[in-house]
Design a protein around this ligand. Structure first.
Ligand code: 5GP
Length: 175
């Protein structure tokens, strides 16, 4: 059992299970993009460890880039506005794979997807380590998924609670 603040966490997905699944995903990506080049756009901060492990399973040429997203409440509209920060270099006519740590409602990935599509990539696919499938109400296909999980808060392997827990080597679930 681990603790962050007053919240307790139990081990949920082991290092071994994570690495096995990532090897499978890497294999699928190598087959899908055989003979092509890939621009990988990793969404910081949470996906930094997943990205580091997944890209080392990929054998085709990879141009690796990192973005952050900032969300804020818009005064004009009732919804959240997501802005992409730090994307350098054009993606027009390139094959793009976005790497996320976790997809919950899907709002963040939908916004990222919409904004990248505007730049007219040749193709765009999504890889996510985790998906809260009961909560997800998006239309975007998650092409490479590590694990579908229930709607419980998870930490570790890059995922945080208020900045802490990212360094835990396996994934923990709140008790
Ligand atoms: P969405 O826009 O899909 O609803 O939310 C995605 C974002 O919510 C993730 O990138 C992550 O920052 C945060 N998030 C959602 N569920 C969890 C969770 O169980 N643990 C952590 N650490 N972050 C989560």
């Amino acid at each position: 059992m681990k603790q962050l603040g007053d919240r307790k966490f139990l081990p949920y997905i082991s290092c071994n299970k994570i690495q096995q699944r990532i090897a499978e995903l890497g294999n699928e990506i190598n087959i899908a993009y055989e003979g092509k080049e890939l621009v990988i756009i990793s969404v910081l901060n949470g996906s930094f460890i997943f990205t580091a492990d997944l890209v080392r399973q990929i054998e085709i040429p990879v141009d690796l880039r990192f973005i952050r997203v900032s969300s804020y409440q818009s005064e004009q509209s009732s919804g959240k506005v997501t802005q992409i920060l730090g994307l350098t270099g054009a993606i027009k006519d390139k094959h793009v794979l976005v790497i996320e740590d976790i997809i919950d409602t899907g709002l963040t990935i939908a916004e990222i997807h919409n904004q990248l599509i505007e730049q007219q990539p040749a193709s765009i696919e999504v890889a996510s380590l985790l998906l809260k499938e009961d909560v997800y109400r998006g239309k975007i296909k998650i092409n490479y998924l590590g694990f579908a999980i229930p709607n419980r808060f998870v930490v570790g392997y890059g995922l945080d609670l208020d900045g802490f827990g990212r360094n835990w080597p396996e994934i923990y679930q709140v008790v």
